[in-house]
Design a protein around this ligand. Structure first.
Ligand SMILES: [Zn+2]
Length: 507
């Protein structure tokens, strides 16, 4: 049995990963602050994402758009009109809840994306009442989830704008500039990592549903006439996904493991969709997440967003159930067409092959929350090691917030302290390191196991003679002896994934 989401939030606070926002003032629901370790982990997640999705690819370039934009962007995208959740308000005590979540909880069905009418029917039919006072709810209402603000000194209606509810739109609005500047040819993508804001009616499950969050997102554009050609899908043909399609959900079937080539041959999804789902799952796997805890689920017709023709969610089995990590939508040409219409500007693409102007299709939109990834990696890493008598946070070497903790064996021996300081000062130029002198070595190991520190590096009396240190591996507790001059190189190799035992003599 693993830990619950509430246990995880307590652990994260205790160890300095994540705090409730402005806790000294009682906090604020749906907002969180990252502590010294949390910010390191979060930065590593974003850096790893950028590396695999942008730096290492020829077909994707990045932007960093502004959080507040011309409000016409949100008119064009449809957010002003329809970026809504359905809210239920208790007629007696005023308690407000998200209708779809309440229906999901009570009826154990998927309800996200259902219309107010449909939700109302379900609530009436099943006699769902306010959980606080058992009274009836008023009729469900649409509630726009964008945070609005005013820009400039006057606060009239004309100065209203919004904090962006997604990072996607500026990748459309800047499509033409980016394509021309970076001389991109279809198919290609634009990537962005940044904050987004949604005024959730009832934020919950710790970092899972926040009001301020961060997205790592790609809009991937293809020529509408070549929408099915995915030149990269071959590399994943044997890669397995745990598939739960719309028909399978209708028939109440269990998810089924299928290789990407089988998924495509059976026309369960288009090649681009299968490719991106596999690519995204593999990204998690490459950073240590357990493949068995993932599945891909197709949206039912009535839960799809207003723009999407097909959507598949990459889901993860959290302690509070299967939940969406990212939705990969086929948005077609909806967004570019809308921006062309509302701005009056030409955002089309000139295809040199066919000598024709086309409006590219967004065939996939891998959009991943940093916070949700953070939770996946934390749940995946958390292990209560009964034998050791402490938690071991087995984060992937690339994600570990501290790579090496340096300890002088005894903190009251000047010569050991001096040497340990030297080693620490040199290592910290390359890696996140910690220097720890308090308590027994065993206590220092345990403290570092709990925060996921990859390696313990102890300077003992032999170190003064042989210029070597003892390195201890967090996951196995095995130890090797390494020359101080080789230390940087050895740590680098471990982070890249080389086996601990292969890098020195076991002691
Ligand atoms: Zn009530």
């Amino acid at each position: 049995m693993g830990i619950t989401i509430d246990d995880m939030s307590v652990f994260c606070k205790r160890k300095g990963f994540v705090y409730p926002n402005s806790e000294v003032y009682g906090g604020m629901s749906g907002f969180f602050d990252y502590g010294p370790l949390g910010v390191e982990l979060k930065n590593s997640i974003k850096a790893e994402w950028w590396k695999t999705h942008v730096t290492q690819r020829d077909d994707i370039v990045g932007i960093d758009g502004s959080i507040i934009t011309n409000p016409k962007v949100w008119v064009a995208s449809g957010h002003v009109e329809s970026f809504t959740d359905v809210m239920l308000k208790c007629s007696k005590c005023g308690n407000s809840v998200r209708a779809d979540h309440l229906v999901e909880e009570k009826l154990k069905i998927h309800a996200e994306g259902l219309s107010p009418q449909k939700l109302h029917e379900l609530i009436e039919k099943n006699k769902i009442k306010c959980e606080k006072c058992k009274s009836e709810f008023d009729k469900p209402k649409n509630f726009n989830m964008m945070f609005s603000t005013t820009v400039g000194p006057s606060s009239d209606e004309k100065s209203v704008s919004y904090l962006r509810p997604e990072t996607a739109q500026l990748m459309f609005a800047n499509f033409k500039l980016v394509q021309e500047n970076a001389r991109m040819k279809l198919p290609f993508g634009i990537a962005q990592v940044g904050k987004a804001f949604r005024n959730e009616i009832s934020p919950r499950d710790f970092l899972f549903r926040c009001r301020e969050f961060e997205q790592m997102e790609i809009e991937y554009f293809v020529n509408p006439e070549k929408g099915e050609d995915c030149p990269y899908v071959e590399e994943f043909s044997a890669y397995e996904l745990n598939v739960l399609s719309e028909p399978m959900q209708e028939k109440k079937e269990k998810p089924k493991k299928m290789a990407v080539n089988e998924i495509i041959a059976k026309k369960i999804m288009l090649p681009w969709h299968a490719y991106w789902l596999a690519f995204e799952q593999k990204w998690f796997e490459g950073l240590g997440a357990d493949k068995e805890k993932f599945r891909v689920r197709q949206h039912m017709k009535d839960e799809r967003s207003h723009y999407a023709t097909d959507t598949w969610d990459l889901e993860y089995s959290f302690p509070f159930g299967w939940k969406e990590l990212q939705g990969i939508s086929n948005r077609g040409d909806f967004d570019l067409k809308q921006h062309i219409k509302v701005s009056g500007k030409d955002l089309s693409y000139y295809d040199e092959g066919s000598k024709k102007k086309v409006i590219p299709n967004v065939v996939a939109e891998p959009s991943l929350g940093v916070e949700r990834s953070f939770l996946v990696f934390m749940f995946n890493a958390y292990e209560d090691d009964k034998k050791r008598g402490n938690i071991v946070l087995k984060l992937h070497p690339k994600l570990a917030p501290v790579k090496v903790a340096v300890f002088p064996l005894l903190s009251n021996k000047d010569e050991l302290v001096k040497k340990a300081r030297e080693v620490y000062d040199s290592l910290k130029k390359c890696y996140q390191c910690a220097y720890d002198t308090s308590g027994s070595i065993g206590r220092r190991y345990a403290r570092n196991d709990e925060i996921g520190t990859l390696l313990g590096c102890t300077i003992d009396f032999d170190s003064l003679k042989d210029e070597s240190v003892t390195l201890r591996d967090r996951d196995s507790t095995k130890q090797i002896r390494v020359k101080i001059e080789d230390l940087k190189c050895v740590v680098g190799k471990l982070i890249k994934g080389e086996k601990f035992e292969s890098l020195g003599k076991l002691i």
